[in-house]
Design a protein around this ligand. Structure first.
Ligand code: HEM
Length: 537
């Protein structure tokens, strides 16, 4: 079957059929019955009790009672907009993904920005990672690039994610504190899981308090794979670069704004789009040929390591513009379901153990959050290309699938959707050779937790370094247990002794005299230009 024509307006046109404008219309029940009265419930006499037969009251109240759905278990606080992605050039030599195959090709996108730890109503300018999730509505199906505004992550293996999130979220016995970065359980997790060191440096940096969603970069974090039409594979990392550059608040501003305008970041995004001042990002990729997989002193599959640009330069391949606010935040922003496993032909996964676990987690949580298996039928989640299979029924099913047969294979003529070959656009997984024993282990270089954390520190300007020391001091200063503060100071001597000493002094811990024992190798003052640089404030 030929792929449908997709242009930058395809999603908007699809959504149009679901939009309703209720203004000026007669009030009806959900059954279409016009109602003569909507202010008084039906009573037995003017001063009597409300009657059970008041179907209008019951329907209205029941619907209201069911208006809330569970918030996302992480990234609950988010804001989104529509836009378009334009490819700068054909990337056919690297990937057969059609949306990257032609110079000037335009694909509609939907992007949701978020904080990670806070609840749905929390303030936006807190110190936290920001989510940066993009859904490309391509002619071959939805492709989701579910990233963050930092290039690395706290942990190396998905099995630790529930532990990490339990440590970050408010403590269970008193539901405090909302602020992710300032409490005992987080720092207890950190000192006991030292793979967090690099990401904690980012979290203590100005990148964790972006001035605007428009002024932050995005990172896919993991190694993914590009696969071209000849079946050749390259490892790839994705990097959104804000054309406005990265800008941060200072901590004092961030705290004051959190009190005065908890909606600061969404207001900024909404207003700039309403005013026609459209935010833009260029998409960069770092490419590693499969044959070079073992060429580096870190493991490409380790999500706590970035790929230094000196070794693996970034190529810019396209531009994304956000140009339209949503019509309804619940219907679109809240109900959108991103998933790193939503891929198109030409994009595949690596064996990064963090990514592998994510591939399970997103659909699983959405089955709960969006109440059953049919959330792909929600307008915001529908691909702009047709979708057909033998899945049937379930809560809230919208499609009326016709015919007797809903199984494969069948001899009824022309009965059910059948798989199509790779040549006709069918997705086929990259045939990576895998050969090994079943073990709960990881390669040796995963144990180097500090080299890149030190590189990060060394690449900072003096004001940025000061901000990092202040952030550590503020956050650790909030820890009630002295052994946690001491443990953290000791751990971060492995990153930089002077930094740890300055923090120790600020939080009443005896300053360490020498560098940590965990330093596994020397860390040159490699410049991480563009990857980590943020403007001095
Ligand atoms: C949201 C799991 C790591 C980026 C979520 C959600 C879950 C989850 C359950 C809620 C999804 C929903 O309710 O729709 C995990 C697990 C991880 C992991 C198990 C590690 C094992 C990461 C990493 C990144 C990331 C490394 C960035 C590269 C996001 C973003 C969202 C999200 C941006 C919000 C998506 C939205 O706006 O709807 N994650 N996550 N996550 N995750 Fe992860």
């Amino acid at each position: 079957a030929k792929s449908p024509e997709v242009n930058e307006n395809s999603k908007d046109e699809q959504l149009e059929q679901y939009r309703t404008d209720d203004s000026g219309k007669s009030l009806t029940t959900n059954q279409g019955l016009k109602m003569a009265e909507d202010e008084f419930s039906l009573k037995a006499g003017e001063r009597g009790p409300t009657l059970m037969e008041d179907f209008h009251f019951r329907e209205k109240m029941t619907h209201f009672d069911h208006e809330r759905i569970p918030e996302r278990v992480v990234h609950a606080r988010g804001y989104a907009a529509h836009g378009v992605f334009e490819a700068y050039d054909s990337l056919e030599h690297l990937t057969k993904a059609k949306f990257l195959s032609e110079k000037g090709k335009k694909t509609p996108v939907f992007v949701r920005f978020s904080t990670v730890a806070g609840s749905k109503g929390s303030a936006e300018t807190v110190r936290d990672v920001r989510g940066f999730a993009t859904k490309f509505y391509t002619e071959e199906g939805n492709y989701d690039l579910v990233g963050n505004n930092m290039p690395v992550f706290f942990i190396q293996d998905a099995i630790k994610f529930p532990d990490f999130v339990h440590a970050v979220k408010p403590e269970p016995h008193n539901e405090m504190p909302q602020a992710a970065s300032a409490h005992d359980t987080l720092w207890d997790f950190v000192i006991n899981n030292q793979e967090t060191a690099h990401m904690m440096m980012w979290l203590m940096s100005d990148r964790a308090i972006p001035r605007s969603f428009r002024m932050m970069d995005g990172f896919g974090v993991h190694a993914f794979r590009f696969v071209n039409a000849e079946g050749k594979s390259h490892f790839v990392k994705f990097n959104w670069k804000s054309t406005l550059g990265t800008h941060s608040l200072v901590w004092d501003e961030a705290q004051k704004i959190a009190g005065k305008d908890p909606d600061f970041n969404r207001r900024d995004l909404y207003d700039s789009i309403e005013q026609g001042d459209f935010p833009e990002w260029e998409l960069g990729v770092q490419i590693v040929p499969e044959d070079d997989e073992y060429k580096f002193d870190f493991d490409l599959l380790d999500a706590t390591k970035l790929w230094p640009q000196e070794e693996i330069p970034i190529q810019i391949i396209g531009k994304m513009t956000l140009n339209r606010n949503v019509d309804n935040v619940f219907a679109e922003t809240e109900q959108v379901a991103f998933h790193p496993g939503h891929v198109v032909p030409g994009i595949d996964f690596s064996n990064d153990p963090l990514l592998q676990g994510r591939l399970f987690s997103y659909t699983d949580t959405q089955l709960l959050r969006l109440n059953g298996p049919n959330f792909h039928e929600l307008p915001i989640n529908r691909p702009v290309c047709p979708f057909h299979n033998n899945q049937r029924d379930g809560v809230g099913r919208q499609t009326i699938n016709k015919g007797r047969v809903s199984y494969q294979k069948s001899s009824f003529t022309n009965s059910t959707p059948a798989p199509v070959s790779e040549a006709e656009g069918g997705y086929s997984h990259y045939q990576e050779k895998v050969d090994g024993r079943k073990v709960r282990a990881r390669s040796e270089s995963f144990n180097d937790h500090f080299s890149q954390a030190t590189m990060f520190w060394n690449s900072m300007t003096s004001p940025e370094k000061e901000h990092i020391i202040e952030a550590f001091s503020f956050e650790l200063g909030k820890c009630q247990e002295s052994w946690i503060r001491e443990g953290a100071v000791e751990m971060f001597t492995n990153v930089n002794l002077e930094m740890a000493q300055a923090v120790a002094k600020n939080i009443g811990v005896a300053p360490p005299a020498s560098g940590g024992s965990n330093v596994t190798k020397a860390s040159p003052a490699l410049s991480l230009e563009n990857t980590v640089k943020s403007p001095a404030t």
